[in-house]
Design a protein around this ligand. Sequence first.
Ligand SMILES: [Zn+2]
Length: 478
Amino acid sequence: MGRLTAKNSTTRDNIMAKIKFLGAAGTVSGSKYLVDAGGIRFLVDYGMFQGPKKLRLLNWEESQNHPSADHVLLTHAHIDHIGMLPVLVRGGFKGPIWSTQVTAELCRISLLDAAHLQEEDARFANKMGFSRHKPALPLFTKADAEQVFPLLRAVDYDQYQEIADGVQMRLLDAGHILGSAIVEISLKDGGNPLRIVFSGDLGRYDALILRDPEPVNQADFLLVESTYGNRIHPHEEPLSELSDVINETAKRGGMLLIPSFAVGRTQTLLYLIRDLKARKMIPDLPVFVDSPMAQHVTELFCRHIEDFDEEAKAVFKKTGKCPVLCPNLQFVSTREESQAINNMRFPAIILSASGMATGGRILHHLKYRLPDPKNTILFVGYQSVGTRGQLIKDGAREIKIHGEMIPVRARIRSLEAFSGHADCSEIMRWLGTFKKPPKMTFIVHGEVESSTALANQIHQSLGWKTHIPGYLESFNLT
Ligand SMILES: [Zn+2]
């Protein structure tokens, strides 16, 4: 992947910069912001709306009507930040898409997976005849996703990169997922320097594998996420809590089944399991990762140990082994191998996607393991309302899988310690690294209650001016 500098010869003197909020305004998905700085227009993130149907329909509206832009800058590779790139490129976007190396690599994996899901959903809707559209179409296909890849341009963290005449960008580690970045853009607005900072999704301090969110000195305009702007994460000890769950299940001779997101969460769990085995806190149980996407992402992690935090790097130095690989680990590739796990009786750990049990291979494992009280199902991530994950976690006695009602007799546990998002106090800690107040702080990427709570906190503690933008609102950056 090239590390290139693009030049744009158009002059932007005396033209006022503007920002338009095309998503993640009053909600947590669909992150995309358009900055129009006269001769140059760039998008920061181009994500998919997820969740309620009302939001998902916006993806279809946008597929008919998307903005023109010269560049895209990416904060990180979650689908709610990159998921509409294939639609943008299909619509004619030809400019560079800038990100860290890891984000560029994750984009390929995640967009191909998203395209596959889109194609499957369309096929299923056509088979069942429940689509409004006849025939039902995917939002984008694998072929559309592949058109994105040649446009990806990787840049290193902490380097100033000139992306057009008088426009510089810099990526700072956001600590949210591997490769995630805070995007800083510096440009000259009518001769005056102007710096705009996009927090992207901010990670947690002292998280496993990932570095802390990097401090930012100053911004004229700041966009800060507020997913957990009204929450403080409970203090948990993931190592001891996970070892308790594993040991209890092993003692009963059961299977521990963990529905887990392929990007990030699976690798954190493997890192912890490796640590628990090294400390002899758990027996050396077989560990199956039954998700081809999780395998690809784990391999990617092992290729980019340079982006790990010091603690994880020290494990690598000491052992010479990638810290997200544990002993007795097996990646399951084919469907047949996946089904063969059903015949295994010894205690073992299975990690499989999807993380909310909405689809994927986790379903046949759940179908097989839920009826037996010896087994444990462990939830390690947020479960959206209405998903099987949420229903099981909330105590459903039976659950429908592939049209069959399956009794829930296995033990159900959950660990909340793995949130990838900073809570209110951590966002405030990061904001505390600014040397002077921005002219305006836009509170984005949050439901209205959490954005409002964060805005109030910022007023009280820092005295900064804030604004919670609405969908499609524009703002002059002066
Ligand atoms: Zn994210």
